[in-house]
Design a protein around this ligand. Structure first.
Ligand SMILES: Cc1cc2nc3c(=O)[nH]c(=O)nc-3n(C[C@H](O)[C@H](O)[C@H](O)COP(=O)(O)OP(=O)(O)OC[C@H]3O[C@@H](n4cnc5c(N)ncnc54)[C@H](O)[C@@H]3O)c2cc1C
Length: 566
């Protein structure tokens, strides 16, 4: 019987009572944001990909955008996070296995990432737009599910460090770059595709890795490329099912970098023992662990005592991916918030038409577009490291961007959640996941202050980086009075950096803003540029989102940012 049919047991005279089974009609709720193309529905992304050198990849990016936005892919993200990875030290017969069990949805997301070269393409197919194309894909994939992107990033980022030891690279590189994801817990010699993790952080020192206490003892000869056994512990090791890890440990010659496989070449388990999984507030689908090394076999990568300069090549790439990941989190938050408000009415109008909500949404959209513009510009710099300007720019702009973009994300996620109202807090909406994920990028791979200190280190070691940074920013000079003044003041404030450490956050904040403004002025819509300069370069008083002054054009900003679905 349909809900609208009269109930035979009710007296036919009472019309209202006969329909009691139909409590209400559901209306004024948005359709699910799915089955949309994350590339074609993102104007800023399309423009950035084209501008920064990925024109020839347009068809590929469109196809990937459709895959990322498919309902089935989005569902994988939910399922991978609803099921935390579990850990077993031993199998049921008592053999030590150190095995993490992930939900099949996690493996499927990994398979999509590897299939599409998110861990490999700029190395296996370098050239014009390679980093830009990969960054655009990673940006879309990370919007669907961010946690599994951690091992994708580490595998990708390991290449520059491993290449420092050519015979190790010859053994490992082809398998690292292979696109057929293989999660089996087997010796790497039996696998044609492997994943790589990193183990630096210890209990007594994370940011300050020089405090590492793990020791490395040579098996026979000492030095680069030689075999060592490692003894000690690591306090954070994400993706512990990786086939090998870059590890920092102390030798007599100082802190050195090692490549440590999970299995020994003779097929026995390397005594690298996971103690337990971290109980994380976010980044749920990905496992992170605590581990002990009990004579684990490993090979030295790079020179003895030069562990930090060796692994920093990997860290620089992971920091870049943190920028992509946080930009992606902001984009997904804007997509969710604008989509909701486009379909939801309150007090007689759609929320996206209510002036106060327009102001909040447009402000969120500005933040997201500025983050993307900055990230994609650095992707182009990575594609052109043979040019001195691009090399210097990437060196300085990476810690600045990693600090700023990752730090802007948590409040952005929360504000976007509030645009959705109560449903935005519910676990069947992606917003709680975006919110819980949002602090992670800011903390790992060098927390905020550490990025500011790295900015200072770059300035001190290579003062030309600052010239390159300002040269790039100044390309927008003359187009906006507010920008010109902001740039001039910042350049003036760099005249004396004697107390840089104390003032670092303020200076680095403004570096990020001046670069974002420069990029938007040169490349974005006038409404976006104008509102960005008005709110970020000129003090308007307010601290929260929703501070666009009168005269700005939120409708144009939102037209650019809102996915049209349903
Ligand atoms: C989910 C997750 C996964 C992780 N996975 C890995 C992994 O796979 N491999 C790995 O090696 N590590 C991993 N980490 C560890 C992470 O990189 C560290 O937590 C991070 O580097 C900070 O180190 P710490 O926790 O020891 O904090 P600390 O180094 O004690 O820093 C605490 C605070 O002090 C600040 N600080 C430090 N030095 C200074 C200074 N001189 N001046 C001013 N401020 C300073 C820092 O910015 C930070 O805010 C992971 C962390 C998380 C949260």
């Amino acid at each position: 019987m349909s809900a609208r049919q009269p109930r035979p047991d009710m007296p036919s005279t009472d019309q209202d009572d006969r329909y009691l089974a139909t409590t209400h009609e559901v209306f004024n709720q948005p359709p699910v944001l799915e089955n949309y193309n994350l590339f074609q529905q993102d104007i800023a992304l399309q423009e950035a990909a084209l501008r920064e050198g990925a024109k020839s990849a347009t068809a590929d990016l469109k196809a990937f955008g459709a895959l990322a936005g498919a309902a089935e892919t989005i569902d994988l993200g939910f399922r991978a996070n609803a099921n935390k990875p579990t850990f077993n030290t031993h199998d049921r017969f008592g053999h030590r296995v150190d095995e993490v069990d992930f939900h099949p949805a996690y493996h499927e997301l990994m398979r999509i990432a590897f299939d599409n070269g998110l861990h490999s393409s700029p190395w296996s197919q370098p050239g014009q737009g390679a980093h830009v194309t990969r960054a655009a894909k990673y940006y879309m994939h990370s919007q669907v599910e961010a946690a599994h992107c951690c091992p994708v990033t580490m595998t990708f980022a390991a290449i520059p460090s491993i290449r420092k030891q050519p015979e190790l690279a010859a053994d490992w590189e082809a398998r690292i770059l292979a696109n057929d994801y293989d999660p089996r817990n087997l010796p790497d010699s039996q696998k044609s595709s492997v994943t790589i993790g990193m183990a630096m952080t210890e209990k007594q020192g994370g940011s300050d890795v020089r405090a590492n206490s793990t020791k490395a003892y040579p098996v026979a000869a000492k030095g680069a490329g030689q075999a060592y056994e490692l003894a000690g512990h690591k306090w954070f090791v994400s993706a512990p099912m990786c086939d090998a890890f870059l590890v920092l440990a102390q030798t007599q010659g100082g802190l050195s970098c090692f490549l440590m496989p999970r299995w020994r070449p003779d097929g026995t388990k390397n005594p690298w023992q996971v103690q337990r999984l971290k109980n994380k507030m976010g980044n749920i689908a990905n496992a992170s662990s605590e581990a002990e090394l009990r004579g684990a076999l490993a090979w030295m990568v790079g020179e003895e005592g030069r562990g930090v300069p060796t692994i920093i090549e990997m860290v620089a790439m992971t920091r870049f991916d943190c920028m992509i990941g946080s930009s992606a989190g902001m984009r997904q938050a804007v997509a969710q918030a604008t989509h909701h408000c486009r379909h939801r009415s309150a007090f007689g109008a759609r929320l996206i038409e209510q002036p106060l909500m327009q102001n909040v949404l447009a402000d969120l959209a500005l933040e997201s577009e500025a983050a993307l513009a900055y990230t994609m510009r650095i992707a182009r710099a990575l594609d052109n490291q043979d040019r001195e300007h691009e090399r210097l720019l990437a060196r300085l702009a990476t810690p600045v961007g990693k600090y700023w973009i990752c730090k802007r994300t948590p409040n952005h996620a929360y504000e976007a959640m509030e645009c959705i109202g109560g449903s935005g807090v519910m676990e069947d909406c992606i917003m709680p996941r975006l919110f819980r994920e949002s602090p992670v990028n800011a903390i790992w791979e060098g927390s905020g202050n550490v990025q500011c200190l790295d900015t200072l280190r770059a300035l001190q070691k290579e003062p030309e980086t600052l010239d390159a940074f300002f040269r790039e920013a100044a390309e927008a000079k003359g187009a906006d009075r507010r920008f010109d003044q902001f740039l001039a003041q910042l350049q003036h404030d760099f005249a004396d950096i004697s107390d840089f450490q104390y003032r670092a956050r303020n200076l680095v904040d403004r570096m990020a803003l001046v670069m974002q403004a420069s990029l938007l002025i040169r490349h974005s819509d006038k409404a976006v540029t104008d509102a960005f300069c008005a709110t970020r370069l000129q003090s308007g008083g307010g601290m929260n989102y929703g501070n666009l002054p009168s005269g700005t054009d939120p409708v144009a900003i939102l037209k650019r940012a809102t996915p049209v679905v349903g």
